[in-house]
Write a protein that binds this ligand. Structure first.
Ligand code: ADP
Ligand code: MG
Length: 398
């Protein structure tokens, strides 16, 4: 039992006066490379991080679901049979429950209708769900997939749904898209469900084929530093939707179902067919897909020390072509590289959140100090900097 397990169990006891039937957890993730490629049917290479969200859950016999979180002031309670009236949330509206509660309640709603779920999900009992987490929220480390994964794992067991990890990732995504109303891809949920120690998940977002790629970071004497800029991103504000729309526009102009079907060799033709902004959005996605493939190959053939330039090129593409970086992210990346990082890039959806740097294990302090100093010199809010190692995906803890 971790400290977060204990916090969730204590919250459960506070809520019910009892011990939970079980404790489940799921991690946040860092995306090593492959940004804004997931909803273009492309490739991503995330890994699960040690930070986890925990759900302590017990059954109740009145067919009601109550969710509580250390993150929220008040528990939220609804009848199971009310879920179908609450969700899906109409496009552009706020959920009918407090937004945080739409994640776990949306998972319950989506799980009840999941393809392949046992009929027992329909008659599944009421639940008390107590949530605690040490995943930084809104930092681009996917606290959203972590809360979805922890809840989905618990409900899969307690309702005997019998879904596999990929199906549970789909449940989480559906909750996020249709209950919360955030139009995100499947990467985060797959990383949180499928993560393994010392491996990244090479995911084809079209087929959902997932292959574990050993990263050998520690073995090579390296570490991955997360630099949380503390600039909060929000999916609901315009930037993310605008980028998705540009990608759809670009694919339509190229006459393909999605940008996955455009290769680097097609870019000169794309440049002739579309306006400059759409072209640059397309170029980011097309070259980023290639960089993911290259990173997987380089990791397998040469090891982690050789992927630095791919990380740096990915950041430049997001900054210049996709235009989703912010000055804090650029500063973190530049300061880390200047202090000797092998590679660095913003990670996650952009407009804030975190950057990562691949560094020598013995350079953690030096790079941390350099990034802190650069933020201070620009009068930015101090970043939160820590190392992560590729870690296990969702599981039952107790
Ligand atoms: P990210 O996934 O990058 O952390 P998101 O905006 O996608 O950011 O998800 C953050 C939201 O997820 C929070 O604002 C909150 O609504 C919900 N959430 C995440 N973790 C928790 C938690 N432990 N308890 C309750 N809600 C949470
Ligand atoms: Mg998220």
């Amino acid at each position: 039992m971790t400290a977060t397990d204990d916090a969730a169990t204590a919250l459960f006891a506070e809520l019910t006066g009892q011990a939970p039937a079980g404790v489940w957890s799921a991690p946040g993730r860092v995306n090593l490379i492959g940004e804004h490629t997931d909803y273009n049917d492309g490739f991503v290479l995330p890994f699960a991080i040690p930070h986890r969200t925990v759900a302590a859950v017990g059954t109740r016999d009145d067919r009601r679901i109550r969710v509580a979180s250390t993150f929220a002031d008040e528990p939220v309670e609804v009848a199971i049979d009310e879920l179908a009236q609450l969700f899906p949330t109409p496009t552009g509206s706020a959920p009918a429950v407090p937004e945080w509660a739409a994640y776990p309640l949306g998972v319950a709603w989506a799980l009840r209708q999941a393809e392949g779920a046992a009929d027992s999900v329909i008659t599944g009992s009421g639940l008390d769900i107590a949530i605690a987490s040490d995943v930084p929220v809104g930092a681009g480390l996917s606290s959203s997939a972590a809360i979805e994964g922890a809840t989905a794992s618990a409900l899969n067991d307690l309702w005997d749904a019998g879904l596999d990890r990929t199906a549970l990732a789909r449940v989480g995504r559906r909750a996020e898209n249709e209950a919360v109303g955030a139009p995100t891809g499947i990467m985060d949920q797959m990383a949180s469900m499928l993560g393994e120690p010392d491996a990244a998940i090479f995911l084809d977002c079209r087929s959902l084929d997932a292959n574990l790629v050993p990263v050998g970071i520690a073995e090579a004497g390296l570490a991955i530093l997360v630099m949380d800029t503390r600039v909060k991103h929000a999916h609901s504000t315009g930037g993310y939707g605008e980028r998705r729309a540009a990608c759809e526009r670009g694919a339509a102009i190229m006459g393909v179902p999605s940008l996955r079907d455009v290769s680097v060799d097609d870019l000169p033709r794309a440049a002739e067919l579309m306006d400059d902004v759409t072209f640059r959005r397309v170029r980011h996605v097309v070259t980023e897909n290639q960089r993911v493939l290259d990173t997987v190959r380089v990791l397998r053939e040469e090891g982690a020390r050789a992927i630095g330039d791919l990380l740096v090129a990915s950041h430049a593409s997001m900054r210049d072509d996709f235009e989703i970086s912010v000055p804090e992210l650029d500063t973190a990346v530049e300061a880390a590289l200047a202090a000797g990082a092998i590679g660095a890039r913003m990670t996650g959806g952009g407009f804030g959140g975190a950057a990562i740097a691949l560094i020598e294990q013995d350079a953690v302090q030096q790079v941390t100090d350099a990034v802190n100093a650069a933020f201070a010199a620009s009068a930015f809010t101090a970043p939160v900097i820590f190392t992560v190692t590729p870690s296990a995906g969702a599981h039952r803890d107790a």
